[in-house]
Design a protein around this ligand. Structure first.
Ligand code: NCD
Length: 305
Protein backbone atom coordinates (compact mmCIF):
# COMPACT_ATOMS: atom_id res chain seq x y z
CA UNK A 1 0.00 0.00 0.00
CA UNK A 2 1.22 3.44 -0.88
CA UNK A 3 1.08 6.27 1.61
CA UNK A 4 2.59 9.75 1.39
CA UNK A 5 3.80 10.70 4.83
CA UNK A 6 7.09 12.38 3.93
CA UNK A 7 8.35 13.88 0.65
CA UNK A 8 10.89 11.06 0.54
CA UNK A 9 8.16 8.47 0.11
CA UNK A 10 8.60 9.09 -3.62
CA UNK A 11 11.83 8.61 -5.52
CA UNK A 12 13.06 11.40 -7.80
CA UNK A 13 11.85 9.35 -10.79
CA UNK A 14 8.39 8.79 -9.31
CA UNK A 15 8.20 12.48 -8.53
CA UNK A 16 9.15 13.39 -12.07
CA UNK A 17 6.31 11.21 -13.39
CA UNK A 18 3.87 12.75 -10.93
CA UNK A 19 4.80 16.29 -11.98
CA UNK A 20 4.53 15.31 -15.66
CA UNK A 21 1.04 13.98 -14.99
CA UNK A 22 0.13 17.20 -13.12
CA UNK A 23 1.30 19.27 -16.10
CA UNK A 24 -0.76 17.12 -18.46
CA UNK A 25 -3.81 17.62 -16.24
CA UNK A 26 -3.13 21.36 -16.38
CA UNK A 27 -3.05 21.26 -20.20
CA UNK A 28 -6.22 19.21 -20.62
CA UNK A 29 -8.27 18.78 -17.42
CA UNK A 30 -11.33 17.52 -19.33
CA UNK A 31 -9.43 14.34 -20.22
CA UNK A 32 -9.32 13.42 -16.53
CA UNK A 33 -12.84 14.45 -15.53
CA UNK A 34 -14.17 10.92 -14.98
CA UNK A 35 -11.15 8.79 -14.08
CA UNK A 36 -12.11 8.55 -10.38
CA UNK A 37 -15.80 7.90 -10.81
CA UNK A 38 -16.99 5.64 -8.00
CA UNK A 39 -14.02 6.55 -5.79
CA UNK A 40 -14.17 8.47 -2.51
CA UNK A 41 -11.71 10.69 -0.72
CA UNK A 42 -11.99 11.12 3.06
CA UNK A 43 -10.65 14.43 4.25
CA UNK A 44 -9.87 14.19 7.97
CA UNK A 45 -8.87 17.64 9.19
CA UNK A 46 -8.20 18.04 12.91
CA UNK A 47 -6.60 21.46 12.30
CA UNK A 48 -7.71 24.56 10.36
CA UNK A 49 -7.10 24.63 6.63
CA UNK A 50 -8.40 26.40 3.57
CA UNK A 51 -6.18 25.53 0.62
CA UNK A 52 -5.08 22.05 1.53
CA UNK A 53 -8.51 20.70 2.39
CA UNK A 54 -10.40 22.46 -0.38
CA UNK A 55 -7.77 21.70 -2.99
CA UNK A 56 -7.87 18.00 -2.06
CA UNK A 57 -11.65 18.03 -2.26
CA UNK A 58 -11.64 20.00 -5.53
CA UNK A 59 -9.01 17.60 -6.90
CA UNK A 60 -11.18 14.54 -6.19
CA UNK A 61 -14.27 16.26 -7.62
CA UNK A 62 -12.36 17.30 -10.74
CA UNK A 63 -11.54 13.63 -11.26
CA UNK A 64 -15.20 12.65 -10.99
CA UNK A 65 -14.89 11.22 -7.48
CA UNK A 66 -16.74 12.01 -4.27
CA UNK A 67 -15.63 13.47 -0.96
CA UNK A 68 -16.58 12.97 2.68
CA UNK A 69 -14.96 14.04 5.92
CA UNK A 70 -14.73 16.59 8.70
CA UNK A 71 -12.99 19.94 8.87
CA UNK A 72 -12.41 20.26 12.61
CA UNK A 73 -11.55 17.88 15.41
CA UNK A 74 -14.55 19.22 17.35
CA UNK A 75 -17.01 17.66 14.94
CA UNK A 76 -15.31 14.24 14.94
CA UNK A 77 -15.16 11.44 17.51
CA UNK A 78 -11.72 12.75 18.54
CA UNK A 79 -13.79 14.82 20.97
CA UNK A 80 -14.97 11.57 22.56
CA UNK A 81 -11.42 10.33 22.88
CA UNK A 82 -11.16 8.14 19.77
CA UNK A 83 -7.61 7.49 18.60
CA UNK A 84 -6.44 8.37 15.09
CA UNK A 85 -5.76 4.65 14.50
CA UNK A 86 -9.34 3.67 15.31
CA UNK A 87 -10.73 6.52 13.22
CA UNK A 88 -8.74 5.52 10.13
CA UNK A 89 -9.67 1.84 10.49
CA UNK A 90 -13.30 2.86 10.36
CA UNK A 91 -12.81 5.41 7.58
CA UNK A 92 -11.11 2.64 5.57
CA UNK A 93 -14.59 1.10 5.28
CA UNK A 94 -16.10 4.30 3.87
CA UNK A 95 -13.48 5.67 1.46
CA UNK A 96 -10.75 4.64 -0.99
CA UNK A 97 -8.11 7.20 0.06
CA UNK A 98 -7.68 9.64 2.96
CA UNK A 99 -5.96 12.98 3.50
CA UNK A 100 -5.28 13.74 7.15
CA UNK A 101 -4.14 16.90 8.91
CA UNK A 102 -3.40 16.74 12.62
CA UNK A 103 -1.70 19.00 15.19
CA UNK A 104 0.54 16.17 16.45
CA UNK A 105 3.80 15.32 14.73
CA UNK A 106 3.68 11.72 13.52
CA UNK A 107 -0.14 11.45 13.47
CA UNK A 108 -0.32 10.65 9.75
CA UNK A 109 2.32 7.94 10.13
CA UNK A 110 0.38 6.37 13.00
CA UNK A 111 -2.80 6.51 10.90
CA UNK A 112 -1.08 4.90 7.92
CA UNK A 113 -0.03 1.92 10.05
CA UNK A 114 -3.65 1.13 10.91
CA UNK A 115 -5.13 2.01 7.53
CA UNK A 116 -6.47 -0.23 4.79
CA UNK A 117 -6.48 2.65 2.28
CA UNK A 118 -3.69 5.03 1.13
CA UNK A 119 -3.09 7.84 3.64
CA UNK A 120 -1.78 11.25 2.64
CA UNK A 121 -0.18 13.48 5.27
CA UNK A 122 -1.81 16.88 4.82
CA UNK A 123 0.31 18.37 7.61
CA UNK A 124 1.39 16.87 10.97
CA UNK A 125 2.07 19.59 13.52
CA UNK A 126 5.32 21.46 12.93
CA UNK A 127 6.84 18.43 11.19
CA UNK A 128 6.03 17.84 7.51
CA UNK A 129 3.64 18.87 4.76
CA UNK A 130 4.56 16.74 1.73
CA UNK A 131 1.69 17.75 -0.56
CA UNK A 132 2.56 21.43 -0.13
CA UNK A 133 6.04 20.39 -1.23
CA UNK A 134 4.62 18.69 -4.32
CA UNK A 135 2.77 21.93 -5.03
CA UNK A 136 5.97 23.93 -4.57
CA UNK A 137 8.00 21.60 -6.79
CA UNK A 138 5.38 21.73 -9.55
CA UNK A 139 5.33 25.53 -9.32
CA UNK A 140 9.11 25.79 -9.46
CA UNK A 141 9.53 23.28 -12.29
CA UNK A 142 6.70 24.80 -14.33
CA UNK A 143 7.80 28.42 -13.94
CA UNK A 144 11.59 28.04 -13.74
CA UNK A 145 11.92 25.01 -15.99
CA UNK A 146 14.10 23.09 -13.55
CA UNK A 147 14.52 21.82 -9.99
CA UNK A 148 18.34 21.93 -9.96
CA UNK A 149 20.94 24.71 -10.02
CA UNK A 150 18.90 27.07 -7.89
CA UNK A 151 19.66 29.47 -5.05
CA UNK A 152 16.65 29.43 -2.77
CA UNK A 153 15.92 31.78 0.10
CA UNK A 154 13.64 30.37 2.79
CA UNK A 155 12.40 33.18 4.99
CA UNK A 156 10.43 33.51 8.20
CA UNK A 157 9.46 30.81 10.67
CA UNK A 158 11.93 28.08 9.78
CA UNK A 159 11.53 26.45 13.18
CA UNK A 160 7.83 25.60 13.13
CA UNK A 161 7.18 25.95 9.39
CA UNK A 162 6.48 22.40 8.24
CA UNK A 163 6.33 23.43 4.59
CA UNK A 164 9.97 24.52 4.77
CA UNK A 165 11.06 21.27 6.41
CA UNK A 166 9.46 19.16 3.70
CA UNK A 167 10.70 21.39 0.88
CA UNK A 168 14.32 21.16 2.05
CA UNK A 169 14.10 17.37 2.32
CA UNK A 170 12.77 17.16 -1.22
CA UNK A 171 15.16 19.63 -2.84
CA UNK A 172 18.44 18.30 -1.48
CA UNK A 173 18.06 15.40 -3.92
CA UNK A 174 18.69 17.75 -6.88
CA UNK A 175 22.04 18.98 -8.13
CA UNK A 176 23.58 22.25 -7.07
CA UNK A 177 20.93 23.62 -4.75
CA UNK A 178 22.00 26.41 -2.40
CA UNK A 179 19.81 27.46 0.52
CA UNK A 180 19.90 30.81 2.22
CA UNK A 181 18.02 30.37 5.49
CA UNK A 182 16.63 33.73 6.54
CA UNK A 183 15.15 33.88 10.03
CA UNK A 184 15.39 35.57 13.40
CA UNK A 185 17.64 33.74 15.86
CA UNK A 186 14.64 32.27 17.74
CA UNK A 187 13.08 30.78 14.60
CA UNK A 188 16.13 29.12 13.04
CA UNK A 189 15.83 25.80 11.24
CA UNK A 190 15.70 22.81 13.65
CA UNK A 191 19.02 21.06 14.20
CA UNK A 192 17.66 17.75 12.89
CA UNK A 193 17.49 19.46 9.51
CA UNK A 194 20.69 21.52 9.79
CA UNK A 195 22.83 18.61 11.00
CA UNK A 196 20.82 15.64 9.86
CA UNK A 197 20.17 16.79 6.30
CA UNK A 198 22.06 19.91 5.19
CA UNK A 199 25.42 19.11 6.74
CA UNK A 200 25.16 15.38 6.29
CA UNK A 201 24.41 15.71 2.58
CA UNK A 202 27.03 18.47 2.06
CA UNK A 203 24.48 20.98 0.85
CA UNK A 204 25.56 24.61 0.46
CA UNK A 205 23.65 26.74 2.93
CA UNK A 206 24.01 29.96 4.86
CA UNK A 207 21.95 31.35 7.73
CA UNK A 208 21.26 35.09 7.76
CA UNK A 209 18.95 37.37 9.69
CA UNK A 210 18.46 40.22 7.21
CA UNK A 211 16.30 39.54 4.15
CA UNK A 212 17.99 42.44 2.33
CA UNK A 213 21.34 40.63 2.49
CA UNK A 214 19.98 37.61 0.63
CA UNK A 215 17.62 39.12 -1.95
CA UNK A 216 20.11 40.06 -4.72
CA UNK A 217 21.37 36.50 -5.19
CA UNK A 218 18.13 34.51 -5.08
CA UNK A 219 16.40 32.57 -7.87
CA UNK A 220 13.48 31.91 -5.54
CA UNK A 221 12.26 33.43 -2.31
CA UNK A 222 9.98 31.18 -0.23
CA UNK A 223 8.22 33.33 2.35
CA UNK A 224 6.44 31.82 5.36
CA UNK A 225 4.02 32.92 8.05
CA UNK A 226 5.11 32.95 11.68
CA UNK A 227 3.25 29.87 12.97
CA UNK A 228 1.22 31.45 15.76
CA UNK A 229 -0.48 28.20 16.78
CA UNK A 230 2.84 26.52 17.59
CA UNK A 231 4.13 29.19 20.01
CA UNK A 232 4.08 28.51 23.72
CA UNK A 233 3.54 32.13 24.65
CA UNK A 234 1.74 35.02 23.00
CA UNK A 235 4.48 37.61 23.76
CA UNK A 236 7.06 35.71 21.73
CA UNK A 237 4.66 35.51 18.82
CA UNK A 238 3.87 39.22 18.95
CA UNK A 239 7.60 40.04 19.02
CA UNK A 240 8.29 37.84 15.97
CA UNK A 241 5.23 38.24 13.81
CA UNK A 242 6.26 41.28 11.79
CA UNK A 243 9.98 40.55 11.71
CA UNK A 244 9.90 40.30 7.90
CA UNK A 245 7.70 42.27 5.56
CA UNK A 246 8.42 41.89 1.87
CA UNK A 247 7.36 45.11 0.13
CA UNK A 248 7.93 46.91 -3.17
CA UNK A 249 11.09 48.57 -1.90
CA UNK A 250 12.71 45.28 -0.93
CA UNK A 251 11.64 43.75 -4.25
CA UNK A 252 13.90 46.33 -5.94
CA UNK A 253 16.87 44.48 -4.46
CA UNK A 254 15.84 41.23 -6.18
CA UNK A 255 16.65 40.18 -9.73
CA UNK A 256 14.08 40.44 -12.54
CA UNK A 257 13.52 36.65 -12.58
CA UNK A 258 13.37 35.95 -8.86
CA UNK A 259 10.07 34.25 -8.05
CA UNK A 260 8.28 34.79 -4.74
CA UNK A 261 6.47 31.73 -3.39
CA UNK A 262 4.40 31.40 -0.22
CA UNK A 263 2.33 28.37 0.86
CA UNK A 264 -0.34 30.80 2.16
CA UNK A 265 -2.12 31.92 4.27
CA UNK A 266 -0.25 35.20 4.28
CA UNK A 267 -0.53 37.53 7.25
CA UNK A 268 1.76 40.59 7.13
CA UNK A 269 4.94 39.04 5.73
CA UNK A 270 4.13 39.98 2.14
CA UNK A 271 2.68 43.41 1.46
CA UNK A 272 -0.32 43.33 -0.90
CA UNK A 273 1.44 46.01 -2.96
CA UNK A 274 3.57 43.33 -4.61
CA UNK A 275 0.66 41.02 -5.55
CA UNK A 276 0.68 42.36 -9.09
CA UNK A 277 4.45 42.11 -9.51
CA UNK A 278 4.94 39.35 -12.13
CA UNK A 279 7.53 37.78 -9.82
CA UNK A 280 4.88 37.15 -7.14
CA UNK A 281 3.53 33.67 -7.97
CA UNK A 282 1.89 32.56 -4.73
CA UNK A 283 -1.64 32.57 -6.14
CA UNK A 284 -0.53 30.58 -9.19
CA UNK A 285 1.11 28.22 -6.72
CA UNK A 286 -2.29 27.60 -5.09
CA UNK A 287 -3.69 26.64 -8.52
CA UNK A 288 -0.83 24.20 -9.09
CA UNK A 289 -1.81 22.62 -5.77
CA UNK A 290 -5.02 21.31 -7.33
CA UNK A 291 -3.28 19.77 -10.36
CA UNK A 292 -0.64 18.06 -8.27
CA UNK A 293 -3.21 16.67 -5.83
CA UNK A 294 -5.23 15.31 -8.77
CA UNK A 295 -2.06 13.62 -10.00
CA UNK A 296 -1.32 12.28 -6.52
CA UNK A 297 -4.79 10.81 -5.99
CA UNK A 298 -4.57 9.06 -9.39
CA UNK A 299 -1.11 7.75 -8.64
CA UNK A 300 -1.94 6.38 -5.19
CA UNK A 301 -5.14 4.76 -6.47
CA UNK A 302 -3.18 3.35 -9.41
CA UNK A 303 -5.56 4.91 -11.92
CA UNK A 304 -4.40 5.53 -15.47
CA UNK A 305 -6.10 7.10 -18.43
C1 NCD B 1 0.69 25.87 5.40
C2 NCD B 1 0.51 24.86 6.53
O1 NCD B 1 -0.61 24.50 6.87
O2 NCD B 1 1.54 24.44 7.04
N1 NCD B 1 -0.52 26.17 4.77
C3 NCD B 1 -0.90 25.41 3.69
O3 NCD B 1 -1.17 24.24 3.81
N2 NCD B 1 -0.89 26.00 2.49
C4 NCD B 1 1.42 27.08 5.81
C5 NCD B 1 0.91 27.88 6.96
O4 NCD B 1 -0.12 27.55 7.57
O5 NCD B 1 1.54 28.87 7.27
Amino acid sequence: MNHIISPLDMSVDELEKLLDLANDIERDPAKYAHVCEGKRLASLFYEPSTRTRLSFEAAMMNLGGKVLGFSEAGSSSAMKGESVSDTIRVVSCYADIAAIRHPKEGAALVASMASKIPVINAGDGGHQHPTQTLTDLLTIRSLKGRLDHLTIGLCGDLKFGRTVHSLIEALVRYENITFILISPEELRIPSYIRNGILQKENIFYREVVRLEDALPELDLLYMTRVQKERFFNEDDYVRMKDFYILDANKMKLAGPDMLVLHPLPRVNEISVEIDNDPRAVYFKQAQYGVYVRMALIMTLLDIHL
